[in-house]
Write a protein that binds this ligand. Structure first.
Ligand code: NG6
Ligand code: CA
Length: 515
């Protein structure tokens, strides 16, 4: 009898225990889920290490971007993988060094999607965690099937939607490349069946004026020898030719506003569930065409004006978060895809009106360069629930690590090949640790490896100065070694002084490259 009673009671105690455990676990999980922050990654285009007032700029003021750092954290040793756009974005979204895959250089506007759709991406990490995801702004990672010409007049399969973004509003490449149209998910906005769009990068199509043949029609002439003289759209010569779609083409002066409104709409629609917004600004890439609100507002001409416009965009996002009471639980990050450039193809007087402004700050080189100016970028982040206000960190962090950091944060399992070059550096990203990644490989023309304060740049033939943009490329037929702790401006090459160090770092670079 006793045994029977005992047997009877044991399961019921077990049941109660199990129920209590499950309920409390469930509550914990629900609570945890609630605490999952919204994440907004604002990716500016071509903004240099010295372009923001929080990074020392004095000729221009960027109070809203600076505010993110004041209320959160500002990094002095943050990086993108590459000194141009497409590879940096590839690294950010896939967690894989772009030089591991062929064809990840700056893409034309009619390129195929370069992210395999079966790959894990940063956006998919968020989707897997139950987030709604969006990509708003510049895309520049290609669209459509490999080796297949894009038909712009039909839904374009393979793009942001297929790489992890539930919603996408974007333009295909850069604002200086055709087609000059916005795309929502898979469809070019405002398509006109009677005026189909065609694009070509190898030869002129259609009979519209080009910058080459009709320079008198340009409101923003191209710089000499910089190309940018194919089809004229909105008074600006572009890279590549297009025909058709006359009603659908964007007005450059409106791009910032259009993208902002789409970003705000996404935030509003998803205020009740966690969301990830990849907000990829057109500013401050060329052609720099500020809206009338900002034209002439800086003392530095169009480049300065679009910096102000970019800061205003950020202020509107911060305002929206305040308004919706999302500030506390939103991690907002501001960074840039590569270093700065003054003359990048149009006669916008960026050089003449710089007035001593140093877009790369103390760094050597800029966009396209293997020196720090190419890829050490501003990175400010705010998340009031997790980041201590006013933190400044010199931890070595890179955009390529966001994928593994968030996968780890959400306790997602990753296969070795999922994001082979991405490290979990979440503690550094949130300012809880001063230790970021142990080393980083970056790409200008040459590859470099940075470990602690040492940076080694591999030998590379080629011009030391890219004349068009007046950039120091970092090319040198001999190895270069810099001690960044004493020489952030990479002025003194220590390679001959420390041959053993050069050998060790070259060896490490070779090993990682072959891995
Ligand atoms: C270069 C363009 C430059 C810019 C860049 C891409 C020329 C001479 N220069 O090839 O104007 O469009 O590509 O910039 O064509 S990025 O930020 O998207 O990488
Ligand atoms: Ca860029």
């Amino acid at each position: 009898n006793i045994t029977k009673k005992h047997l009877f009671r044991t399961p019921s105690i077990l049941a109660i225990f199990l129920t209590v455990t499950l309920v409390s676990q469930g509550l914990l999980f629900a609570q945890k889920k609630q605490q999952r922050p919204n994440v907004i990654f604002i990716y500016a285009d071509d903004v240099g290490y010295g372009d923001l007032s929080s990074y020392g700029a004095t000729k221009i003021s960027t109070p809203s971007i600076d505010r993110i750092g004041k209320e959160g954290i500002r990094f002095t040793n943050a990086h993108t993988t590459s000194a141009t756009c497409t590879p940096s974005r590839f690294g950010l979204l896939t967690g894989k060094y772009p030089w591991r895959q062929k064809g990840t250089g700056v893409l034309p506007g009619d390129a195929s999607l370069i992210i395999p759709t079966d790959r894990l991406t940063l956006a998919k990490v968020f989707q897997n965690a139950g987030y709604k995801t969006a990509s708003v702004g510049k895309w520049h990672l290609g669209l459509g099937e490999k080796n297949k010409q894009i038909n712009w007049n039909e839904p374009i399969t393979k793009g942001p939607n297929e790489t992890g973004f539930d919603y996408a509003y974007f333009f295909p490449a850069t604002s200086d490349r055709v087609p000059t149209v916005f795309i929502e998910d898979q469809n070019v906005q405002g398509l006109d069946k009677l005026d189909p769009i065609a694009v070509d990068y190898s030869k002129k199509i259609g009979n519209e004026p080009t910058g080459l043949e009709n320079p008198e029609l340009l409101k923003l002439p191209a710089s000499p020898n910089h190309g940018h003289n194919n089809t004229i759209v909105n008074g600006i010569g572009r890279i590549g030719w297009m025909t058709g779609g006359k009603q659908t083409r964007w007005t450059d002066e409106e791009i910032a506003h259009v993208f902002l409104s789409k970003a705000e709409q996404f935030i509003e629609e998803n205020q009740k569930n966690p969301f990830f917004l990849y907000f990829s600004l057109n500013d401050i890439h060329v052609p720099r065409m500020p809206s009338s609100q900002f034209k002439g507002k800086s003392q530095m001409g169009l480049r300065g004006d679009v910096i102000l416009q970019m800061d205003w965009t950020v202020s509107e996002i911060l305002k929206k978060l305040d308004e919706l009471k999302l500030t506390e639980n939103t991690l907002i990050i501001f960074s840039s895809d590569n270093g700065p450039v003054l003359d990048d193809g149009y006669a916008d007087k960026a050089v003449e009106l710089a007035q001593g402004h140093k877009p790369a700050g103390v760094l050597r080189g800029g966009k396209y360069s293997a020196f720090e100016g190419g890829s050490r970028v501003p990175w400010l982040a705010r998340w009031p629930q997790a980041i201590k206000p006013g933190t400044v960190s010199d931890a070595l962090i890179c955009q390529i690590d966001l994928l593994a950091s968030f996968a780890h944060y959400f306790q997602q399992k990753m296969e070795v090949d999922d994001a082979p070059d991405s490290f979990n550096t979440m503690d550094a990203i949130l300012g809880k640790s001063k230790i970021g990644r142990p080393y980083l490989i970056k790409q200008g023309g040459a590859l470099s490896i940075t470990r602690e304060n040492w940076k080694y740049i591999e030998p590379r033939e080629g011009k030391a100065i890219q004349e068009l943009t007046n950039t120091e490329t970092g090319n040198n037929a001999s190895p270069q070694l810099y001690d960044l702790s004493k020489d952030l401006g990479e002025k003194t090459n220590l390679a001959t002084k420390y041959p053993a160090k050069v050998k060790a770092m070259a060896g490490e670079l070779a090993k990682i490259r072959e891995a």
